[in-house]
Every structure is written in C-alpha cells, then in structure tokens.
Design a protein around this ligand. Structure first.
Ligand SMILES: Cc1ncc(COP(=O)(O)OP(=O)(O)O)c(N)n1
Ligand SMILES: Cc1nc(C(=O)O)sc1CCOP(=O)(O)O
Ligand SMILES: [Mg+2]
Length: 216
C-alpha cells in the first residue's frame, strides 16, 4: 500500500483543460502509482455521462495495473468493480463503506490524529491528510495544516499508510515525504502542467528519490 501511494493522481473532468482520457494516459506514462476518479465541483458530469467517463478511465488504469479508486460514490465503485473507494469525514461513514465494499481498498480523509485512529478502527487501508498547503482544487477545503501535522501523526502512528494532499507541487514534494508521508496526492500539479508526462516523471522521481534516501 505504501508503494502504491507514492504518486496518487486525483482527477475529474472539471480539473482538465483537455480530454481527461488524454490527461490520464500522459499521467500513466509519466509514472503515477494510483488513480482516484473525483468527478466533483461546478460542471461535473452526472448519471450516465459520469458512469461512461469512469468506465473509460478505469479501462486505461486496468491496462497498466494502476489501482482505480472512486471518490465518494460507493455505488459507482461497486457497479464498476473498481479497486476501492475514498471517503471523507462528511461522507458515508467509513465503517459502513468497509461493510459494503468488502476487501476493496478503503481510503479515509483525515485532519488530525484522532481521525487517523478512527479511520484505522474502521479498517481503512490508508489515510489522506490535508490540506497540507492552500489548494485551488477543493472549494470546501479546511485550513492548511502544514508539515507539522504530518510529523505529529507519523510520531504517534508509525505504520499507518499516509498520503498527503493539498497544494503539493514539485517544490514541496520533497519536504512532504521527508516529514513522513508515504506519498503525495495531487490534482493541479499534474492537470495544470503544460507537459503532463514530463511533469509527472519529475514528481515521481522526487518522491522515489526522497523515499529511497530515507530507507523507505
Ligand atoms: C487521497 C485523498 N485525500 C483526501 C481527499 C479528500 O476527501 P474529502 O474530504 O471527502 O473531500 P472530497 O475529495 O470528496 O471533496 C481525497 N479526495 N483524496
Ligand atoms: C481533493 C482534495 N482534498 C483535500 C483535503 O484537504 O482533504 S485538498 C484536495 C485538492 C487537491 O488538489 P491540489 O493538488 O490541486 O491542491
Ligand atoms: Mg468526499
């Protein structure tokens, strides 16, 4: 799980300035290790259109062995036979989602140590901590928690698979991993890049090199 979290790409059609399938293809080519379909925000697809896009993105991930996670929508994840679901503190309760999805991957968003402990008690496979820095990609994001919260959680929960999210860039990926995150989850660092494949390669190298240096 910790290896899969290394470079976690989160994306929906509203995040893309070009065809989401092309964006995902380039990101896969660049080395993403996990993908989350997050069709959310103003102009997001609904119903059958959302399902059809998810199906096509899933096909791309399957062809390259990239785990495909669905954000929020447990029904969609089950219907698609996706690899997992990611839910936040305001979504369906993690315990219930775990019951519904069996042994598929379950990711839970957290903002502090108490929520990490609760997520582990609900048998989450990993936690997503954020926002680490201010983000432009989530309207209702909480206040940035900074690197200190990563260090705090890692000091108390040495083994929890933890991916950091929110405002992470090529410049901040290294300190985020050094603080104790197992990986970075990004939207804009990939979606807004001029050359998606090259940018993804750079992020992958930074994460992997930093983990290796720390013996992880
Ligand atoms: C990897 C990862 N971490 C956190 C989140 C945020 O989930 P949530 O708080 O439920 O907010 P929405 O993404 O649903 O708006 C995430 N999606 N992925
Ligand atoms: C989806 C999401 N969740 C967050 C959280 O804090 O839980 S921040 C965020 C958006 C991440 O996008 P970007 O890499 O563009 O900042
Ligand atoms: Mg959510």
């Amino acid at each position: 799980m910790k290896q899969m979290l290394s470079l976690y790409f989160v994306m929906g059609s509203v995040d893309c300035t070009k065809d989401p399938l092309a964006v995902l293809d380039e990101a896969i080519e660049g080395g993403i290790t996990m993908f989350q379909f997050r069709e959310k925000g103003k102009g997001a697809l609904k119903g059958v259109e959302k399902y059809r896009l998810a199906e096509k993105l899933l096909e791309r991930c399957r062809a390259r062995n990239i785990p495909f996670i669905v954000n929020d929508d447990v029904e969609l994840a089950i219907a698609l036979q996706a690899d997992g679901v990611h839910v936040g503190q305001e979504d369906e309760a993690a315990e219930r989602v775990r019951d519904r999805i069996g042994n598929k991957y379950l990711g839970v968003s957290v903002h502090n140590l108490t929520e990490v402990k609760k997520a582990l008690a609900a048998h989450a496979d990993y936690v997503g901590l954020g926002p680490i820095f201010p983000t432009v990609s989530k309207e209702d994001a909480k206040q940035a928690c900074g690197l200190t919260m990563i260090k705090h959680i890692r000091a108390h929960e040495k083994h929890v698979p933890l991916v950091a999210i929110g405002g992470i860039t090529q410049q901040t990926a290294k300190p985020v991993i050094e603080a104790g995150a197992d990986g970075i989850a990004v939207i804009s660092a990939i979606c807004r890049a001029e050359h998606i494949c090259e940018q993804t390669k750079r992020l992958y190298e930074i994460v992997m090199r930093t983990k290796q240096k720390g013996g992880r």
